[in-house]
Design a protein around this ligand. Structure first.
Ligand code: BGC
Length: 723
């Protein structure tokens, strides 16, 4: 209960029995597609606050009818679903959405998905996931917006605006959920559900800012992470759920557990039994239990025996009722389900997102765009697979709507001959029987297009990989095709950055397409044939080798940073060289310190020049704003988008800072030969960091700034911030 609660909520709380209240705290798994007696009677008895995973509109209607007409207080249900990157029509996976560097477009994707879900009665999505994705081994990196808190904040906020709109009670709006609070992305070794150990200062600097931003955006709900944070699993972590979220940030929505994460407190070794788990999580600040039933089984006794106060229980119930009220569910006539937005508009948005998400990593000899090619070989298991291109979390994705690369290429081929060879059954196949045909087909063609990568099931929750190279025999397939001498254009569809080190020398071009969703085909074909220039930029660093992980651009300098001169190759080290002969700096003997492709990187069919970087002042007083400008020219031959990126460095601080941090970005369309002034503003608050007392402060001193096309942009200007 808060001071601001409506009379309606206060009066409900006064009328509800202990059991009625506890009923609101349970989010129950549906029986997918039917109204089972188990679920119907639980709802009728007032023992259910919400249901997840029911997408049959007639079942949803019946469950809501029972709740409204037959349950003790007639309180409708929250209807939850993982609407992550689409519903029926799928946009790219979130990591691909982040590669667009276009939050407005991603907001539209969320809007379309939310409306389609709302049309079947869903009123709550478990998205956006705003965990930090710095480990490509972790399967859930696919669901992140990449490695950078600033970028994640922008996309998380865009998704909340898309799902929720300005008013949750308007038809088509659904409640969003900031997850997984917090630190999940730091799972040790990139193995899902693993322990996380994150010092408070790093938690506050890196992991928490996206969550804080979403509270400011009015996100309706939070989900506690499965993971153990510094010895106290997030589901029972009062520092996170109470101190930070409620007291510091003033969040007044509801906090739900992750699937079974209440009863898993026992497995973690925090509690002896489910009763202990219910008490620990409820007391720490959790409001609603997903799937398992420890609250339902034990909270009443815990309250009666005085272990959990009734005041705390009322706060939990109040948090849930508040979200229901905001959704309009407590109104006399709750909002009718809207009709679904048209498939055409969803397909159009998904197409735009797919086009803007595709990153051109290499284009030797301008092999792309394909022009004047008479014969094209299309090879690989992902060239024509309507299911796999949808990626992870696509259980509401409709593969029958998918447009595949092969289909779209044939559609645009005109006079060009297209010869096709699958070569491998799946991306994991190790058999090489199909290689001879692939070599023959490639040998007859002028260009070989290989569509490879990872099937959807190789990334996502619980699908982690220690070896992040192309799986199965795909590297060998590339080498076999390369032996024909036919130039290779490699299209990669994957849920994570793959280590492409071995294949890089064998291919002329690489388009990194993530899992692009329903409209993979038209998006890729338009880029391949030059209808659109590639404009995606990497939201995550690509390592050369998984042994380099963690590798991210905003690293600290260390006391002994590597310089290009100190990095040697292992073969160059003389036998029995003296211990200090190659110096003592921070790099790997076998792979150095550099990534394969840096954060923010992405090529275009055009080319861009940044010139005349300038700042509006050489000194700033606290509270003032600096303008940072650059002239951006399209010096290439075609119209194209460029994503200009603003980086900042605080070289001397009371707590050591990253070598650079993203503080702004803009997607800009330029005609060939056109120049535009790109203007960023930086308030002194944008230069803040967490100090040793865990406070956000801007420390006086010199800050370096730069604007460029990726995270290697020179920081060529500076400003002095005065106390
Ligand atoms: C995932 C959550 C998801 C939930 C409900 C869990 O396994 O960690 O992200 O929202 O399931 O499907």
């Amino acid at each position: 209960m808060t001071q601001t609660d409506s009379e309606r909520i206060l009066s409900l709380l006064r009328q509800m029995s202990l059991d009625d209240k506890i009923g609101q705290l349970w989010l129950v798994q549906s029986d997918e597609g039917r109204v089972s007696e188990r679920l119907a009677s639980s709802i009728r008895e007032g023992r259910v606050g919400g249901v997840l995973n029911e997408v049959d509109p007639s079942v949803v209607d019946e469950l809501q009818r029972i709740a409204r007409e037959e349950s003790p207080h007639g309180i409708p249900l929250l209807m939850g679903r993982d609407v992550i990157h689409g519903f029926r029509v799928m946009a790219p996976i979130p990591l691909g959405l982040a590669a667009t560097w276009n939050p407005q477009l991603v907001e539209r994707c969320a809007r379309r998905a939310g409306e389609a879900a709302a049309a079947v009665g869903i009123n709550w999505t478990f998205a956006p996931m705003i965990d930090i994705g710095r480990d490509p081994r972790w399967g859930r990196i696919a669901e992140t917006f990449g490695e950078d808190p600033f970028l994640i904040r922008a996309f998380g906020a865009a998704m909340v605006r898309g799902f929720q709109g300005g008013d949750l009670s308007v038809p088509g709006a659904i409640a969003a959920c900031a997850k997984h609070f917090a630190g999940y992305g730091a799972s040790e070794g990139g193995r899902d559900y693993n322990t996380t150990s994150v010092p408070e200062i790093e938690l506050r600097n890196v992991h928490l800012p996206p969550f804080r931003q979403l509270v400011q955006e009015g996100v309706a709900t939070f989900m506690a992470s499965f993971s153990d944070l510094n010895g106290v699993p997030a589901t029972a972590n009062a520092f996170l759920l109470d101190q930070v979220l409620r007291q510091e940030w003033g969040f007044d929505g509801l906090v739900v557990s992750d699937w079974n994460s209440v009863i898993e407190l026992r497995t973690h070794g925090l509690t002896a039994d489910d009763r202990g788990s219910a008490l620990e999580s409820a007391a720490a600040g959790l409001d609603m239990e997903m799937a398992s039933d420890a609250f339902a089984a034990h909270l009443a006794d815990l309250v009666r025996e005085g272990h959990l106060s009734e005041e705390r229980l009322d706060v939990m119930v109040g948090n849930i009722l508040r979200v229901k009220e905001r959704l309009g569910l407590l109104d006399a006539s709750p909002p009718a389900s809207p009709s679904a937005s048209s498939i055409e508009s969803s397909l159009h948005t998904a197409y735009e997102a797919a086009v803007e998400s595709i990153v051109l990593l290499k284009n030797e000899g301008d092999v792309l765009p394909l022009s004047g090619v008479g014969k094209l070989a299309v090879i690989g298991p992902l060239a024509d697979d309507p299911y796999e291109q949808l990626g992870t979390w696509a259980f509401d994705g409709d593969p029958s709507l998918s447009q595949t690369p092969l289909g779209a290429i044939r559609g645009q081929a005109g006079e060009m001959q297209v010869e096709v060879c699958r070569a491998l059954d799946t991306t994991r196949s190790t058999g090489t029987n199909g290689f001879a045909e692939a070599v023959a087909v490639a040998g007859r063609a002028e260009v070989a297009l290989l569509v490879l990568g990872e099937e959807a099931i190789l990334s996502g929750e619980a699908h982690c990989r220690a070896d992040i190279t192309l799986p199965g025999a795909q590297e060998a397939l590339i080498e076999a095709v390369a032996s024909t001498g036919t130039p290779i254009v490699l299209v990669v569809m994957a849920g994570r950055p793959l280590a492409l080190t071995n294949v890089l020398p064998h291919v002329e071009a690489i388009l990194y397409a993530w899992h692009p969703g329903t409209m993979a085909g038209p998006a890729l074909a338009d880029i391949l044939f030059g209808g659109r220039s590639p404009s995606g930029k990497l939201p995550v660093t690509f390592p050369k080798h998984s042994g380099q992980i963690p590798i991210y651009y905003a690293h600290k300098n260390t006391g002994r940073p590597p310089t290009p001169n100190t990095v040697v190759s292992m073969e160059d080290i003389p036998v029995r060289a003296a211990q200090t002969s190659i110096g003592n700096t921070s790099f790997y003997l076998d792979v150095g310190d550099q990534p394969l492709f840096p954060f923010g990187f992405g090529l275009s069919y055009s080319a861009f020049e940044y010139a005349n970087l300038r700042v509006s002042a050489s000194e700033l007083a606290m509270g003032e704003t600096l303008t940072v400008e650059v002239d951006l020219t399209n010096v290439g031959g075609c119209e194209a988008d460029e994503v200009a990126q603003l980086y900042v460095r605080d070289p001397v601080a009371s707590v050591t800072q990253p070598v650079r941090q993203l503080r702004g970005f803009q997607r800009i369309r330029l005609a060939s030969g056109e120049t535009k002034e790109v203007v960023f503003t930086l308030h002194t608050d944008d230069l803040a960091m967490v100090n040793r007392s865990m406070e956000w402060v801007t420390e006086p001193g010199r800050f370096e700034v730069g604007i460029g096309g990726d995270s290697r942009a020179p920081l060529a200007a500076a400003v002095e911030v005065r106390a």
